[in-house]
Design a protein around this ligand. Structure first.
Ligand SMILES: NC(=O)c1ccc[n+]([C@@H]2O[C@H](COP(=O)([O-])OP(=O)(O)OC[C@H]3O[C@@H](n4cnc5c(N)ncnc54)[C@H](O)[C@@H]3O)[C@@H](O)[C@H]2O)c1
Length: 330
C-alpha cells in the first residue's frame, strides 16, 4: 500500500510545524511549502521542504501537476489582528488572493481535498456564549473578514467544482512540543502565553494586559486555549472525514475559558514567581470572552482535546523558552 502524501502550506510556522510533526508521526509522507516570511527552517520536522510562495501561481500549479497529494493543508496567512486594521491590503492579498491561487491550482490539477486554518475571529463580538458554528458571522477586523471570505470561497468551490474542504475555526492555539524542540516563535509575538513566559524568564522587559474593565469576573478578557497538538490531531481526523462529508466548518476549542490574569497566575505558578503585569488600555475589537462550543467537532470528528490543560501548557512553553531563549536560530 502506498503512503498517503500530503502538502502542508505554511508548515514552517507555529501551528503548521506542530501539525507536520503529528502527521509524520502518524505515518503520512509530508511535504512542506513555506515562503519563510514568518516561519522557521528550524521548525521543520519529518518533512520534505521546498521554499515557495502561494502568491506565485505558476510554480505552485507546476508543483501540483508533478505531485499528487491526498490532502492539502493551508496554514499560510498573515495573522496579526491589529496590523490587519492598519494595513488591510496585505491581508486581502496574502490571506484571500493567495488562497484563491491555491484553489485554482488545485482545480487545474484535480486536487480535491483541503483543510483550512480558520479562526473564531469570523464570529466578531459574541451575541451568545459558548460560540456555536451557527452563531452570526460579523467579523470586526480585516483579519477575521479574510478568514470568512476564504470560507465562502471554499463553499462555492465545493458546490461548483467538487473541492472538498474543512474550515477549522481555531480558538487560541497554545502549548508546544519541547521534547521535539518545537515551540511558538512569532515575531512580533502577540499571544499571551509566550509573552508571559518570556517576561517571567526576563527575556522581555514588559508585560501588558490590555484592559481590566471588561464585564468578566476579574475584568480581563477570557479566552479558550487549545493545545496545538490537539489542533493537529483534529486536522488529521478532518481529512478522513472529507471522504463522507464534503464541506465541514468546525470550532476547535476546549469549551473552557481562562482570563488573562488566570494565565499570568498559571505561568507564575509554573515558574515559582509572582508576576505583576502592567494594565494597558483595551485593544479595539477585543471581545470580552471567546469560548467555543466544540460539540459538533467532538461528534463529527470523534475527537477530543487531551493536551489542553493550562498548567501543562504553561510548563511546556516555559521549558521551550528556557531551552531556546532566542527562539529558533533560523
Ligand atoms: N495561532 C493561533 O492561535 C491561531 C488562531 C486562529 C487561527 N490561526 C490560523 O492558523 C494559521 C497558522 O497560524 P500560526 O500561528 O501558525 O502562524 P505562523 O505565522 O506561525 O505561520 C504561518 C506560516 O505561513 C507562512 N506563509 C505566510 N504567507 C505565505 C505565503 N504566501 N506562501 C507560503 N507560505 C506563507 C509563514 O512563513 C509561516 O511559516 C493561520 O492561518 C492563522 O490565521 C492561528
Amino acid at each position: 500500500m502506498s503512503t498517503t502524501r500530503i502538502l502542508v502550506i505554511g508548515g514552517a510556522g507555529y501551528v503548521g510545524s506542530h501539525f507536520t510533526l503529528c502527521a509524520s508521526n502518524a505515518g503520512l509522507r509530508v511535504t512542506v511549502m513555506d515562503n519563510l516570511s514568518k516561519g522557521h527552517r528550524g521548525a521543520l520536522r519529518g518533512a520534505e521542504f521546498f521554499q515557495g510562495d502561494l502568491l506565485e501561481f505558476e510554480p505552485l500549479q507546476a508543483h501540483l501537476s508533478r505531485n499528487r497529494y491526498h490532502g492539502i493543508f493551508h496554514f499560510a496567512a498573515n495573522c496579526l489582528v491589529g496590523e490587519s486594521v492598519s494595513d488591510p491590503a496585505q491581508y486581502y492579498l496574502n490571506n484571500v488572493i493567495a488562497a484563491f491561487n491555491m484553489l485554482e491550482a488545485m482545480r487545474y490539477t484535480n486536487h480535491d481535498r483541503v483543510i483550512f486554518s480558520s479562526s473564531c475571529a469570523v464570529y466578531g463580538i459574541p451575541e451568545t456564549l459558548p460560540l456555536k458554528e451557527d452563531h452570526p458571522k460579523n467579523p470586526v477586523s480585516p483579519y477575521g473578514r479574510t478568514k470568512l471570505a476564504v470560507e465562502w470561497m471554499l463553499e462555492d468551490y465545493c458546490t461548483a467544482y467538487g473541492i472538498r474542504s474543512a474550515s477549522l475555526r481555531y480558538f487560541n492555539a497554545a502549548g508546544c512540543e519541547p521534547d521535539d524542540g518545537l515551540g511558538e516563535d512569532h515575531r512580533p509575538e502577540t499571544h499571551l502565553i509566550p509573552n508571559v513566559v518570556r517576561y517571567a524568564l526576563k527575556l522581555q522587559d514588559d508585560l501588558v494586559i490590555f484592559g481590566n474593565d471588561y464585564p468578566t469576573p476579574d475584568g480581563t478578557c477570557i479566552r479558550d486555549y487549545i493545545h496545538v497538538t490537539d489542533l493537529a490531531e483534529a486536522h488529521l481526523k478532518a481529512l478522513e472525514k472529507l471522504d463522507s462529508l464534503p464541506l465541514l466548518r468546525l470550532n476547535l476549542g476546549t469549551g473552557r475559558g481562562f482570563s488573562n490574569l488566570d494565565v499570568v497566575k498559571a505561568v507564575g505558578n509554573a515558574c515559582g514567581v509572582s508576576l505583576k503585569p502592567e494594565i494597558g488600555p483595551r485593544r479595539p475589537g477585543d471581545p470580552p470572552e471567546l469560548v467555543a462550543d466544540s460539540g459538533e467537532a467532538f461528534r463529527v470528528l470523534d475527537w477530543r482535546p487531551t493536551r489542553s490543560d493550562l498548567k501543562s501548557i504553561c510548563s511546556e512553553v516555559l521549558r521551550w523558552f528556557s531551552e531556546h531563549p532566542e527562539g529558533y536560530a533560523e
